[in-house]
Design a protein. Structure first.
Length: 476
């Protein structure tokens, strides 16, 4: 029998606000355990939540960019459950009137993923287990950090489609400034609801939920494993149990955690301490008009306006900070293709070597633009420019000063080059003879010897011209 995998996602995204959703505690990642807390986010008796306006703005912006219908009047509800990472014993979320509904994300190849809803909520704390002490400790710093939860329809049929959607979602949210989407810090994490059914069947199978997956690799592997597990159960005549499962990265398998809850298990009811959120059409129109150019539009523009190949445009727009850097380079006069080459080669290489993202690098567009100009002006050659780039990358140093201080300015003096060429020809008679007998490779060898004598600082065009002229003269 042929089986079909059916997947729906619930993606939790931490919003890029400076303070929490209902109090003024910082949302900064890290910090000593339980130092980013106050009576409000700890749920102390007598405290009242006050909604952070920026949370609403970012949630509505995300909803608009994901083609959702924004709910003019939304409200918060209490989701009641008892768990050590939730000191209030309830989470403030949105069930009955979420801020956005009915969106859609195009993931390419004619496939569109429908978004059922997008709602605002607060994050829970974090439990940390110490295997040495055999104790589990609670860190409540994350309690009250603002989230949006994006719930899709069960439209995915493979792990590849899931990853394509998440990459598009992550890219969009980063360009909007809604979230940094740092999966390693839990800023974007995913719950995967998965079932299998016979191919062609209209009925859904029994689904399981895999919680809090925070890397594309883990999500892909977990989907493949869970689909295979369910198929094997059904082919053995057994049944799939509706439950919540945990992905074990080390064992490459999922394990049952608890039976899967339904909405009624949480006993939702409207939060009595928070008034409805009313959004005017004027406010929504302003947000819509303020939406920035997203990566997909930038890619198309780079190819149309500047003639960049598809691959170049995709690489440069992979990070918003990288695209901003590139556009600044072009505005400063750098040739677009040259700017793209430097970014895809040297910039991305250094970012990878330092384990950082483009937004965190010290190097600024004027520094790289000046270095590109020095190559164009013939003051340094490309190889020397790369060495200068590596020297100034971490400090955004003055490239002109570095070139002067280290004597790296390119030698364009034809007289000096001719003198070195004559020395090289005299010292390499066999190569000269090989060249005269038609072996063009000998010319490259001689060029290399001249460049070596001049410590790589000669203008290649000058070396090539002078060397060929001298060889022709000696052949006469």
């Amino acid at each position: 029998m042929t089986w079909e995998t059916v997947i729906g996602l619930e993606t939790h995204v931490e919003l890029a606000t400076k303070t929490k959703i209902f109090c003024s505690c910082t949302t900064e990642f890290g910090g000593a355990p339980n130092t980013h807390c106050c009576p409000v986010c700890m749920g102390m008796p007598g405290t009242l939540p006050v909604l952070n306006e920026k949370v609403v703005e970012l949630a509505a912006t995300a909803g608009l960019a994901l083609n959702c219908a924004i709910t003019p009047v939304s409200r918060f509800d209490r989701k009641n459950y008892f768990y050590p990472d939730l000191p209030k014993a309830y989470q403030i979320s949105q069930l009955y009137l979420p801020i956005a509904r009915d969106g859609a994300v195009d993931i390419g190849n004619g496939k569109t993923i429908r978004i059922h809803e997008l709602h605002m909520e607060e994050d829970a704390g974090k439990l940390v287990h110490d295997p040495w002490l055999d104790q589990t400790m609670a860190d409540y710093n994350r309690c009250g950090v603002p989230l949006i939860e994006i719930v899709t329809e069960p439209d995915f049929r493979s792990a590849e489609e899931v990853i394509a959607y998440l990459e598009k979602l992550k890219e969009t949210l980063q360009y909007l400034g809604v979230s940094d989407c740092k999966m390693q810090e839990g800023s974007l994490r995913c719950d995967v609801n998965l079932s299998v059914r016979p191919a062609g069947s209209a009925e859904f199978g029994t689904r399981t939920e895999m919680k809090n997956l925070n890397s594309f690799k883990a999500i892909s592997r977990a989907i493949v494993y869970e689909a295979r597990r369910q198929i094997e159960l059904l082919e053995e005549g057994k049944r799939v149990v509706q439950e919540t499962r945990r992905w074990d990265e080390n064992k490459d398998a999922t394990y049952a955690m608890r039976s899967k809850e339904n909405a009624q298990d949480y006993r939702y009811f409207p939060d009595p301490d928070l008034p409805p959120v009313e959004l005017s059409q004027e406010y929504l129109d302003h947000l819509k008009d303020s939406l920035p150019e997203l990566a997909e539009s930038k890619r198309a523009r780079y190819q149309t306006d500047w003639g960049l190949p598809t691959y170049d445009a995709q690489m440069i727009t992979s990070q918003k900070a990288l695209a901003d850097f590139f556009e600044a380079l072009v505005d400063l006069g750098a040739d677009p293709k040259q700017g793209a080459n430097w970014i895809m080669g040297e910039v991305l290489g250094q970012l990878s070597a330092h384990g950082m993202e483009a937004k965190d690098m010290a190097l600024t567009p004027p520094t790289l633009a000046r270095l590109i100009a020095l190559v164009k002006e013939g003051k340094v050659n490309r190889n020397t420019a790369v060495k200068v780039f590596e020297a100034v990358f971490e400090t955004d140093g003055d490239v002109d000063a570095y070139v002067k201080e280290h004597g790296l300015e390119q030698v364009s003096d034809a007289g000096l080059v001719q003198s070195v060429v004559d020395q090289v020809l005299a010292a390499n008679e066999k190569s000269v003879a090989d060249f005269k007998s038609g072996k063009e490779k000998a010319f490259g060898f001689l060029v290399g010897q001249v460049m070596r004598q001049l410590k790589g600082q000669a203008a290649p065009a000058v070396v090539n011209q002078v060397l060929r002229e001298r060889l022709e003269q000696t052949a006469e």
